[in-house]
Ligand binder design. Structure first.
Ligand code: HAM
Length: 427
């Protein structure tokens, strides 16, 4: 019986002709860029388990969010505990921060992470059930500079990856005081239109009317057009904070638009929220998003510390890189590919390849081809730089011809000094 991969998941392969975004070199490129940029912004890596107690996400992400209400992979373990695959990283990072008492080690804490997340969504292009995020969370700083820093950090990663034509949309969801005020205004506005709302938005009306602003339903969208704006319901403190975030973005030259309809699909946000969009992906056009979430840590039993962060989907980022034909480094195969002729040569080639590898030279050896021609084809397919055919003559003389696979130019090398010779060719 042949098995098929579960719906909404995919394999990342060394190469993938039909879906080039699944080629592992691209994933490594994004991951390396995230790590390098994180280092410059002084964010340190954190890794948390891929599953947590379900309650963490209920409380952290919020029971009224679609992510928790509809999209979690939840299971009961053999001990009768309800566990869920993480649908996002923020709640887990905050749980780890609190549980490991990291607040005792200084006042500002900056983390980044890269890893798989799980949401039971209807799979389509750009939307998967197991997807991957890189993200960052900064804890302990309530100033607008922190918000601007996380937005800039994410934009720098995209810039270094060569992404173009992105739109940064920012908004504020206000502080609790502003939200209470805005909530009343929204209820007053939607109440006379209640019957026209979608079934989901009727529930949102009761639980969290702000969410209606985020509805994808076409009738809801029409109603939303006339809804009041959060920007006219901000407390003086929330307004000043948002204005300063915008000033800072201007100063550090991060282009952005203010979009007062952004509310985000997770419950923990407070003040600044943002989304980064592309026009090169079709429907799933948000490649990264985040914001400030000041009350989350204390709601998870930790100290009352402010925090801000972002997460971005690797699949979507890679798909945009390909759609925009971002120039990529050429793929590299082994520096040297040994092709033996006969049993004795095969043993020698294996030793030579091992010697090269022990000296940090990438090398491989042809162990399966019956004919030299097939070995040469494999050297080309693997994108080796040099190949060397070794038979009894070469073993006897101790000399081989190193052939450049592309140019076909050969040079003679001493078998006993293969490492020195190859180093000389590449230095
Ligand atoms: P989010 O908006 O739910 O935020 O997800 C962030 C990004 O993850 C999205 O913009 C998208 O690129 C990607 N993404 C989400 N769902 C899928 C999916 N099913 N398939 C493929 N990609 C997907 C968060 O997760 C927050 N934790 C962000 C954050 C961090 N806020 C503060 N700190």
């Amino acid at each position: 019986m042949k098995f098929q991969i579960p719906k909404g998941t995919f394999d990342i392969l060394p190469d993938c002709a039909e879906e080039p975004w699944r080629a592992s070199a691209l994933w490594q490129k994004v991951e390396e860029t995230v790590r390098e940029t994180a280092n410059e912004y002084n964010y340190k890596e954190i890794r948390t388990p891929i599953y947590e107690r379900t309650e963490l996400f209920d409380r952290g992400v919020g029971e009224s969010s679609d992510i928790v209400a509809k999209e979690m992979f939840t299971f009961i373990d053999k001990g009768g505990r309800s566990l869920s695959l993480r649908p996002e990283g923020t709640a887990s990072v905050m749980r780890a921060f609190v549980e490991n008492n990291l607040n005792q080690q200084g006042s500002v804490h900056k983390f980044f992470y890269i890893g798989p997340m799980f949401r039971y969504e209807r799979p389509q292009s750009g939307r998967y059930r197991q997807f991957h995020q890189f993200g960052a969370e900064a804890i302990g700083n309530s100033s607008p500079e922190q918000d601007a820093e996380v937005i800039d950090f994410l934009c720098q990663i995209y810039k270094r990856l060569g992404l173009k034509n992105l739109k940064v949309r920012v908004n504020t969801v206000g502080d609790p005081e502003s939200r209470a005020h805005f909530r009343t205004a929204l209820i007053d506005y939607f109440r006379p239109h209640f019957d026209l709302l979608s079934a989901d938005s009727k529930i949102r009306f009761e639980k969290n009317p702000l969410r209606i602003l985020d509805s994808k339903d076409s009738r809801d969208k029409e109603l939303v057009q006339g809804a009041p704006s959060i920007l006219t319901h901000l407390s003086p403190a929330a307004k000043a904070h948002f204005q300063e975030v915008c000033n800072l973005l201007d100063q550090i030259q991060v282009p952005y638009e203010i979009d007062d309809r952004i509310v985000r699909g997770l419950d923990y946000y407070n003040k600044t929220v943002f989304e980064i969009m592309t026009e090169d992906l079709g429907a799933q056009n948000t490649i990264g998003a985040g914001g400030r979430f000041d009350g989350l840590i204390s709601s998870l039993g930790g100290p009352d510390l402010p925090a801000a962060g972002f997460a971005s989907g690797l699949e979507r980022v890679i798909q945009v890189m390909l759609a925009q034909q971002t120039p990529l480094e050429e793929k590299k195969g082994p520096l040297i590919y040994f092709i033996p002729m006969g049993e004795e040569a095969r043993a020698k080639c294996f030793l030579l390849a091992t010697e090269c590898r022990h000296n940090q030279i990438t090398a491989d050896v042809e162990l399966s081809a019956k004919k030299v021609q097939a070995g040469l084809q494999n050297a080309t397919r693997l994108q080796a730089t040099y190949c060397a055919i070794i038979g009894s003559d070469e073993l006897q003389s101790g000399k081989i011809q190193l052939k450049h696979v592309q140019t076909r130019v050969s040079s003679e090398a001493n078998l006993a000094q293969i490492v020195t010779h190859l180093r000389g060719l590449t230095s």
